[in-house]
Design a protein around this ligand. Structure first.
Ligand code: ACO
Ligand SMILES: O=CC(=O)O
Ligand code: MG
Length: 361
């Protein structure tokens, strides 16, 4: 049996901070990955503070086995030396079954636990992985004398993880969110792809063949085909599980760094379906994520107009020939709440939203 309601929010170690009741909605449009052991990347981190919502020191995949300890120590040095201001500081540790996962958690919480907002745990299979991390973090937090709990973010990148998604989200009050890990998930599912996220030209639907005057199908005549989204099912499932548990869903990596157009499309699909952000692997992807995961000025103007017209939020009105009612005003409230949250940390965006004329509303 899982923990009862009465002890769900109790600390899991004597002296550990009390778990949060609600996960704060902090802007996290781009979770920017850097390798703390790569001198060139690490040198850029202090200047990136303030221009990206989340800086994440990555210790897992993309860091060579022989550099794991160097990267871990590099992250400790960056954590100690940097004032992150409003930018969140996250890490992705090595998986729990790897030779490095335990030392990552012990070292980071002990040395820079006061700076870390969220620990991303890869290849989470079920609630048991979160329970393990939950207890260990409580012990380490108590030992380090931390006064606020470190949150946990799980990557959805195994078939078992997808099957257990609801119990993963519900496993601990530390759960901050989930990211889709399309590369590992594709491998684990034995999908026949070789990419890091994004679409595939072979995954499509094709219109029916035209027929000649006798009704014979013209199989060789040109037919329009439409590429489909490989990730629709998993993202939608992730969004529902996160919304149900009051935590946040994210699209993960888009590996074709030069294809900024398709990256923007993939991020926007995730935004429209309910994700709050995506990973950025290269500085060029921060700009894309910041743009896509911020509501457009047009959407905010429309949302404010609907809210104003709906008064107490009940009933039905016509705006520009369309019916608006309690359900559409709720969508508009989601849009405006996000805009306000982002405006509080992004002065350029605030200026754009503030410039919306009363007449537009
Ligand atoms: C499936 C998964 O697990 S995805 C998550 C794991 N993967 C990662 O974290 C990858 C992180 N990103 C990277 O390693 C790199 O961006 C790469 C390998 C994709 C491309 O690197 P490069 O070929 O060096 O890119 P590019 O030449 O365009 O870099 C331009 C500059 O930006 C820097 N840069 C590149 N990526 C980053 C980054 N993520 N953060 C900070 N700086 C970066 C480079 O060091 C370079 O600096 P310089 O101008 O001083 O030389
Ligand atoms: O870690 C991310 C993935 O896509 O795999
Ligand atoms: Mg992965």
């Amino acid at each position: 049996m899982s923990r009862t309601a009465k002890d769900f929010f109790a600390p899991l170690a004597v002296g550990a901070p009390t778990p949060l009741r609600d996960i704060p909605a902090r802007p996290s449009r781009a979770i920017h990955f850097f390798d703390p052991g790569n001198e060139k990347m690490a040198a850029k981190v202090p200047d990136m503070v303030g221009s990206v919502d989340v800086l994440l020191g990555n210790l897992e995949d993309a860091v060579k086995a022989e550099n794991k300890e160097k990267s871990r120590q590099g992250l400790v040095a960056i954590g100690k030396a940097t004032d992150f201001g409003k930018t969140q500081f996250w890490t992705r540790v090595n998986s729990l079954d790897s030779p490095w996962g335990l030392d990552d958690l012990v070292t980071l919480v002990t040395e820079i636990g006061d700076k870390l907002d969220v620990i991303m745990v890869p290849k989470v299979q079920g609630a048991e992985d979160i329970h393990y991390v939950d207890r260990l973090l409580a012990q380490l937090e108590a030992k380090a004398g931390l006064d606020r709990p470190i949150l946990v973010h799980a990557i959805l990148e195994t078939a078992r993880g997808v099957a257990n998604i609801e119990e993963i989200c519900a496993a601990s009050p530390r759960m901050q969110g989930l990211s889709l890990g399309p590369a590992d998930l594709a491998a684990d599912r034995r999908m026949k792809t070789t990419r890091v996220g994004g679409g595939h030209p072979g995954y499509l639907v094709r219109e029916d063949p035209t027929r000649d005057d006798l009704g014979v199908p013209q199989y060789d005549a040109p037919r329009t085909s439409y590429q489909q989204d490989l990730w629709h099912y998993t993202i939608a499932r992730m969004v529902d599980a996160c919304a149900m548990h009051g935590i946040y869903p994210y699209y993960g990596p888009f590996g074709d760094i030069r294809d900024t157009v398709a990256c923007e499309d993939q991020f926007r699909n995730a935004f429209l379906l309910g994700c709050v952000g995506a990973w950025s692997l290269h500085p060029a992807q921060i700009t894309i994520a910041n743009k896509v995961f911020s509501p457009s000025v047009e959407d905010v103007a429309h949302a404010r107009r609907v809210i104003a017209a709906m008064g107490d939020g009940t009933g039905a009105v016509m705006i520009d020939g369309k019916m608006e009612d309690d359900a559409s005003v709720k969508q508009c409230q989601v849009m405006v709440a996000l805009a306000e949250e982002l405006a509080a940390i992004d002065p350029a965006l605030k200026e754009q939203y503030d410039a919306i004329e009363v007449a537009d509303v």
